[in-house]
Design a protein around this ligand. Structure first.
Ligand SMILES: [Zn+2]
Length: 400
């Protein structure tokens, strides 16, 4: 069996290649913004309409014709899909204009638009970029996205097909997962608990120092920023990125461990957005619950595990032994759950995790309360795969 995944590599473009990539991005950005303008005038442009327009415009516009048609078409395709999703997917916003100062360059090429030669990525207009091959590609890529991050580093993300590696058969047991701020994930098996990640907090002092340096070096509005200011800004971004990467790495390692050892994975369908408005916002963001959840769902599905999302309502108030619901909400300060009906006592989060698992196992709550991860369209990642494939777009896949 084959699966579609993304393999990402660092690129080392030279000065000329970088200028060429940015010029390409400029044309694609212009096209995107033109499409957004069309949408403002009340029309709802589809990809086929935009594609026709592109052919017309390219016929008498030398500037656009100088660029790669593949990259330009892919930009419009991405736009058309984003527009369609803004009408069909709840909570998705209309695509907005990409500003020169804030939008990050991102170019997409299908097989028609790129080649590999001598370990280099060859793009249209004779752009060749050395790739840092941190690992081998499992197969010939079907598309590539070339992008630059906020540190100015370029990456190439290839879509490839690879063999599903056989994961050791799980011990056919289930695990329930309850998300939290104090402990990021409390599970029914304490060996699989995920402690609060908090790498951002760990390097907060270092980042604050870089930010103070930025403040000292800041010039008044309207004056070009100094080299020192830009250096301090890059430093702050680098620290931030490192912490984010460490959080991601820990989340992935944990998700892999959970998926390897369990057949049924019952996950609290937690919406981290509400925490963002609370006083725990910073700590909650640092826990990266959303990323952990996404990672777990994607990995579980790829490994063929049964992944069940359980609505979070009443999970902390329900006894995992007798299913009796307490009359009042448990305040956040109360860490121990006490059942008045059967006398069962457990840590509040452990009880919640057990209730989540029991809900998924026994289907006790009724079909309406349990939502299979597959049916959900909002949880990003691999669901985008299906939406993308239906519309003929190059396959999107979860990063590995
Ligand atoms: Zn009870």
């Amino acid at each position: 069996m084959l699966e579609t995944v993304r393999y990402t590599y660092r690129l080392r473009p030279g000065r000329a290649a970088q200028a060429e990539l940015l010029a390409e991005w400029g044309r694609c950005r212009w096209l995107w913004n033109e499409a957004v303008h069309q949408q403002r005038t009340g029309r709802r442009p589809t990809f086929s309409k935009l594609s026709k327009l592109l052919t017309e415009v390219r016929a008498h516009n030398d500037w656009l014709r100088a660029g790669s048609q593949v990259a330009e078409q892919q930009t419009l395709r991405t736009y058309a899909i984003a527009l369609k999703h803004s009408f069909t997917v709840k909570g998705r916003r209309r695509p907005r204009a990409k500003r020169l100062k804030t939008a990050r360059p991102s170019l997409e090429y299908t097989t028609r638009g790129f080649r590999m030669r001598d370990g280099r990525l060859c793009l249209p207009n004779k752009v060749t970029v050395p790739v840092v091959w941190s690992r081998d590609l499992p197969s010939a890529p079907s598309s590539v996205r070339v992008y630059r991050d906020n540190l100015g580093h370029w990456y190439a993300s290839f879509v490839v097909r690879r063999k599903v590696t056989s994961i050791p058969d799980a011990d056919l047991i289930g695990i329930g997962i309850d998300w939290g701020v104090r402990t990021t994930a409390t599970t029914t098996d304490p060996r699989f608990d995920l402690p609060h990640l908090g790498h951002r907090k760990r390097c907060a002092a270092e980042r604050a120092k870089a930010q103070r340096r930025m403040t000292r070096r800041r010039r008044p509005a309207g004056v070009a920023p100094s080299k020192g200011y830009l250096a301090a800004k890059r430093q702050a971004a680098r620290i931030e990125k490192r912490a984010a990467r460490q959080n991601t790495h820990d989340a992935r390692a944990w998700a892999k461990r959970v998926v390897d050892h369990h057949a049924l994975i019952a996950i609290e369908d937690f919406k981290p957005a509400f925490l963002a408005k609370s006083r725990m916002a910073r700590k909650a963001a640092d826990a990266a619950i959303g990323a952990c959840k996404r990672e777990l769902i994607n990995r579980g599905k790829r490994a063929g595990r049964k992944v069940v999302l359980v609505p979070p309502a009443y999970t902390t108030m329900t006894c995992s032994q007798c299913a009796t619901r307490t009359k009042e909400r448990l305040g956040l300060g109360i860490r121990v759950f006490d059942c008045a009906a059967c006398g069962y006592t457990a840590d509040r989060d452990v009880n919640a995790a057990r209730t989540i698992l029991a809900t998924a196992e026994r289907n006790r709550a009724g079909a309406d309360d349990i939502r299979h991860a597959i049916a959900s369209l909002r949880d990003g990642g691999s669901d985008a795969v299906r939406a993308g494939n239906l519309s003929g777009r190059p396959e999107r896949a979860a990063p590995t």
